[in-house]
Design a protein around this ligand. Sequence first.
Ligand code: C2E
Ligand code: MG
Ligand code: MG
Ligand code: MG
Length: 274
Amino acid sequence: QAKTLGRGRHHFFDVGLRERMQRRLRMEQDLRDAVHDGQLWPAYQPVVDLRTGEMVAVEALLRWTHPRHGAISPVEFIPLAEESDLINVIGKEMLRATTRELAARRGSQGLDLTLKVNLSTRQLDDPHLVPAVRDALAGTGLPAGALCLEVTESALMRDQEAAAEVLASLRSLGVLLAIDDFGTGYSSLAQLRRLTLDTLKIDRSFITGIAESRDAAAIVTSIIAMAHAVDLTVIAEGVESAEQVDLLRSLGCDQAQGYHLGRPVPAAELFGPQ
Ligand code: C2E
Ligand code: MG
Ligand code: MG
Ligand code: MG
């Protein structure tokens, strides 16, 4: 009987594994189709200045509307794209589309917002990244200083020498640089300083408990102090309540982003019809 059970379990495992692999292969093919069929699009989430309450920037967040499966989260498909060359194609198109959108809004509505675009580790390794950023700016007329590229702390810490070099090239174009999801990696003050960044985004996991937990608030307080010591603008991400907004303001946090202040939405919803 034990043997039967064992065999059953073995068989069961194989089916699960095969299904997972098939699902992945299918999703990768779907993602390739999505790129060509225009199923990928940027949502925009406001970033608010905590002193004035005004929207000062927008973060572009990739969205995939699958014709049959509906919305698929970037948390699911970005890692898949990163395993192939797809992330570079998608990343470049994201840069092109969002700089075009923001440049147009600038021209027609006089909107003076910073555009934030996420870069993945794989994009930092791509020799075509810097020319692609330069072309996106030149092609749309968006001022370099109105573009801020976000790189996660873990991507920056993976290969520090290489990352520092790419960031220096990007910086020489005049764009701003942000360290994203800060607190989830292990960077030191010295490393932060050497990378010459402009902005530090405190990871959502540190913001979640600040209104309830003194420890959580203490950690955020020290991150803000550290960031300000090396002249970084601090953004809190994942702000979901008015209490968190008030507390972050009182702690001297510069800007905030989160569902309480505005969800990621299509351009027309945030800026009005083009
Ligand atoms: P991220 O860059 O840290 O973006 C913030 C994420 O937090 C977004 O998730 C956003 O929708 C979500 N968020 C914002 N406010 C709140 C809040 O108040 N509560 C909660 N629970 N979540 C909030 P999203 O859009 O699912 O994106 C997830 C991640 O996928 C991003 O994290 C980023 O790392 C990656 N990603 C998104 N778009 C791109 C892209 O165009 N290129 C690359 N390379 N990565 C992207
Ligand atoms: Mg980001
Ligand atoms: Mg983040
Ligand atoms: Mg995050």
